[in-house]
Design a protein around this ligand. Structure first.
Ligand code: CTP
Length: 417
């Protein structure tokens, strides 16, 4: 699976995608395709200029829906753009040219995109794309400001190579960023709105000398899926992470660290403002007793390395929970290869967690590096829920439902799974 699974915040959402006439219109094809594959219903609207770059057929084939390229198309006896405007959960304009941005700011309504936007109360997300001079002009900047003041969201533009061949600010944000921003906008009033979620992630690196360190096979994928999901539920999210094989999701604050001690210290630094702490890091339980100041040279014979214990991050935070009152909710993971439930239950109790997700890291579809995970959720009151094999994004979304209920102090009995 390469990330094309249903994302909870997108599932069943009605998204209007306005495509205007810029070379970046070809990238809107990817946006339409990914949104559709992630469970959204996508209706594409195109200006005449956009149709010079990409054919409407491309979009209709990918979304399975009729593309609106004409202001006067009728549907169910009504002017289509008005019907669509009322139904939409989100209106994305990508690429948004200077011309369309100006029309949206002024309330003009002479093409399918500007007319629909004028009639719509859906949040507006713009992905501007134009030459640097056009972007920087006081006219465009003024229009963008007007739209932002009215509550519009803007992603990009980025610096890079432009259609003219020049390099500068004005490139449209890449499709993954537009989609991440769309998820954030759709989730902004979700069940974790106003809640600060901190997540530890990645495998810590414990230095031996200036060029070597001990680490483990954690990729950080599960932690980043949790971060994206918490963001989609409306939370403010901070990840405290060692070096990762995947990027930190858009809209998530990042505190990079290397060692377990640095991770522990960073977690304690922000703890008083954290509501939910999720320990998804594979923290090294040991570190070398000494870090050689210079590169260790090879010699005859073996090289014994003495290891000393690292702090147990969740354990230390759990131990002060009762006295400090924070974090309100604490979640851990248990990476096991045998006696899964007994080991997870012991960790739940010793680290004073509310929830723990246990996975069999020796199973081929769970654990390190892969996109899927088969976990069992245990809660403090003895509830045990084995979940089916899911993608890490799906595990994260399911867990966030439990976290949200826990934050709001509601019972867990009505959750179903
Ligand atoms: N954890 C932690 N600090 C550590 C070790 C683990 O915060 N030094 C957290 C992990 O992020 C995870 C949970 O504790 O959420 C359990 O991690 P795991 O490696 O399964 O367990 P350990 O406590 O290290 O126990 P053991 O290695 O003996 O199985």
């Amino acid at each position: 699976m390469d990330g094309h699974q249903v994302i909870r915040v997108l599932r069943g959402k009605h998204i209007l995608l306005g495509v205007t006439g810029g070379i970046a219109a070809y990238k809107a094809v990817t946006v339409a395709s990914r949104l559709t594959q992630s469970g959204a219903v996508v209706d594409v609207l195109m200006t005449e200029a956009a149709q010079r770059f990409v054919a409407p057929l491309t979009f209709s084939a990918l979304t399975g829906r009729t593309v609106r390229s004409d202001l006067w198309s009728l549907g169910n006896g009504q002017i289509m753009h008005v019907t669509m405007a009322h139904e939409a959960d989100l209106f994305v304009v990508a690429p948004a040219t200077a011309n369309t941005i100006a029309k949206l700011a002024l309330g003009l309504a002479d093409d399918p995109i500007s007319a629909t936007a004028l009639a719509s109360k859906a949040p507006l997300l713009l992905a501007p794309a134009m030459e640097t001079g056009m972007w920087e002009s006081p006219a465009t900047q003024g229009h963008v400001q007007t739209l932002a003041d009215r509550g519009a969201f803007v992603v990009g533009p980025m610096a890079g190579r432009l259609a003219s061949g020049a390099v500068g600010l004005g490139r449209m944000a890449e499709p993954p960023q537009i989609i991440e921003m769309a998820r954030k906008v759709l989730g902004r009033n979700g069940s974790l709105a106003g809640v600060h979620v901190a997540i530890t992630a990645g495998g810590t690196q414990e230095p031996l000398d200036p060029v070597r360190f001990l680490t483990n096979r954690s990729s950080g994928k599960m932690g980043m899926a949790l971060a994206a999901s918490a963001r989609d539920f409306g939370a403010r999210v901070t990840v405290i992470h060692s070096p990762l094989q995947v990027p930190v999701p858009f809209g998530v604050e990042s505190i990079p660290v290397r060692t377990a001690v640095e991770m522990r210290d960073a977690a304690f630094d922000i703890l008083p403002e954290v509501d939910v702490l999720i320990g998804a890091a594979a923290v090294a339980d040991y570190q070398p007793a000494e870090v050689a100041p210079q590169k260790i040279k090879k010699k005859h014979g073996s090289l014994p390395i003495e290891l000393v214990r690292n702090p147990d991050i969740l354990g230390e935070i759990g131990a002060q929970r009762k006295a400090s009152g924070y974090p309100k909710v604490m979640v851990g993971f248990a990476a096991e290869t045998e006696d899964l439930l007994a080991n997870a239950k012991a960790k739940l109790e010793s680290k004073k967690l509310d929830l723990i997700l246990v996975n069999d890291v020796s199973a081929p579809h769970s654990g390190f590096g892969v996109d899927t995970n088969q976990v069992t959720l245990l809660d403090r009151w003895g509830d045990v829920r084995p979940w089916p094999l899911l993608t890490k994004d799906e595990v994260a979304d399911r867990l966030m439902v439990w976290v949200a209920r826990k934050v709001h102090g509601k019972g867990l009995a009505d959750l179903g799974d």
